[in-house]
Design a protein around this ligand. Sequence first.
Ligand code: NAG
Ligand code: NAG
Length: 193
Amino acid sequence: MLNMASHLTSASLATLLAAGMATVLFASAAHGVGTQGAPKHLHFYMHDSSTGPKPTTVLIANGTGQPLKGSGGSARFGDTMVMDDRLTEGPTPASRVVGRAQGFYVTASQGDPAVLLTMNVLLADGPYNGSSLAVMGRNNVMMPERELAVVGGTGVFRMATGYVLWKTASWRGGSAVLELDAFVYVSPAAAGA
Ligand SMILES: *[C@@H]1O[C@H](CO)[C@@H](O)[C@H](O)[C@H]1NC(C)=O
Ligand SMILES: *[C@@H]1O[C@H](CO)[C@@H](O)[C@H](O)[C@H]1NC(C)=O
């Protein structure tokens, strides 16, 4: 997602998206997955970078629409990026890896630097290792906090619903670290399956 940011010049969209999903604090994991009404809270950071020899976000289509506000003409309505970002427990790149965020985003707003984002959050650590969340929503990279929807999942998160609160922890050039807090509800029917 960071790549969008670089595409948007200094305040690139990519960075906003990149905030670091890494810190998967599966705080209530020991007590099972959200079957008793309370959502499970996952916290992690996501590392998104459009630069360097191995970018985690790449531009796959240049939009042909109007330039986005604040992009200096470098980002356009219709720009499309694909990402495969590392998720870590803490905000630093060396922090423990807890999963990956794989998906894509497209500038789907004529004016605001807002993207339609859809991604699979693949968890690779702790009690949710091997399970995934399906996330989608509107992400205006310039807002202090964005909310996206958890629209499903696999494994212990089968039939999950919920939401993700999304913040930009840091953003420099084409690299961003994003901080994500996911609140996930799993249906008792699915958990008992
Ligand atoms: C997008 O446009 C830039 C600037 O013209 C160009 O360098 C780049 O190759 C294009 N990328 C794609 C995927 O078309
Ligand atoms: C997660 O699961 C995979 C596949 O079963 C396994 O290879 C890996 O060691 C597990 N990782 C952790 C941190 O438990």
